[in-house]
Write a protein that binds this ligand. Sequence first.
Ligand code: GTP
Length: 455
Amino acid sequence: MAFEGLSEKLNGVFKRLKSRGKLSEADVKEAMREVKMALLEADVSYKVVKDFIAKVTERSVGEEVLKSLTPGQQVIKIVNDELIKLMGEANSKINFPNKPPCIIMMCGLQGSGKTTHAAKLAKMFKKEGKRPLLIAADVYRPAAIEQLKVVGERAEVAVFEMGQIDPRKIVKEGIKHAKDYGNDLVIIDTAGRLHIDEELMNELKDIKKIAEPNEIMLVVDAMIGQDAVKVASSFDEALGIDSVILTKLDSDTRGGAALSVLAVTGKPIKFVGMGEKLDEFEAFHPERMASRILGMGDMLTLIEKATQTVDEKDAKKLAEKMQEKGFDLNDLLEQMKQIQKMGSMKSIIRMLPGANKVTDEQVEQGEVQLKKTEAMINSMTRAEREKPAIIDPKRKRRIAAGSGTQVSDVNQLLKQFEQMQKMMKQFGIGGNLHGKKSRRNRAALLKGLGGGMPQ
Ligand SMILES: Nc1nc2c(ncn2[C@@H]2O[C@H](COP(=O)(O)OP(=O)(O)OP(=O)(O)O)[C@@H](O)[C@H]2O)c(=O)[nH]1
């Protein structure tokens, strides 16, 4: 996951700062030297780091900071503020013209994720009620058209293609098609090259002239580090780009590109790609990204993901069922499936505060545990799931054999589930408690689950 190293190092520096009651100018300067090293190691461009450190130092050595009761906290707040400024204002809006269709032209180097992200964008806008059309103008790699058709199908979005002919003609015909068929959004997937060359740029310039796009989005792979900024600058000089989609931020990239793109090119990052799946796509929010970098989590994105993936009606049904009959293993399985819909465990955990203290190994162990739990519940009969108390040693052996686990795993699951049920009862769930307190608790819990409180 991007920023892991940076996050860890910054937290080390901040911990030392916070542990001191008083700070001197020398303490701040020493800390800033360490922050500088951490940023450089994260692949943030040198000039950006230099300016950043100068600004943070200047604000941090001010009297009101050093003399405050919590100087360490104040310095962290300044770092946070400046990180946000570096990445710009949150701005993932696409300006839709009064007269449709809105045309988005995707460009970028080969393998940066153009095709995948054309489909991610299309899917996102389709959810918002638009009627997107994807145009396959990447004609040099024969598999590219097929790939767009596959992801288009997954996104349930129409794809316009004419095979491997001149992309200029395809774009012209594609836009005409969109107008004829009432598509209000056109996303053009153009060809990439391994390097920026004149031929590629000329073709893109021609497509730009023909399509007159409302937005030219450059797709950049965050894994190429410092080069991401160079690529963005070159495309901007030659073609003029409006915004950037930074992809593969889920991978082991050091993430520095996210911090340098705006400062170097003046173009905002509007979206980030967090995985190969079409839902692994987020609007770029600088303040949330800064929060993730500083190990403070990103609860807002997590909540947004939850509201997008969890169906409110299902949540309400579950809440009502739990209130009437209690919480059984079927419900646990259902909850686990809902959580998995939100993305990989790694991507969810990384949004929680303090996530930088969780190692990859621990996340992997958690994922294995989740799979085991799912397998064990799937190996139970309906009656066992509804009333786990009937699971005797013979049944435990059968469940363990059916799920490829040990009896000790089954015991552990049942014990944890019992504790969960006890906790639920304290909240007044499924226990037929009618006290005032339990009604209040129930109301709070149901609200959290998207349900209402029956009067
Ligand atoms: N982990 C991860 N992989 C991604 C992401 N976006 C794209 N990929 C993968 O990166 C590879 C290249 O993506 P494509 O969408 O084919 O890239 P492209 O820019 O269209 O490539 P060309 O058509 O060759 O120019 C594919 O294997 C994608 O699944 C992302 O955000 N995270």
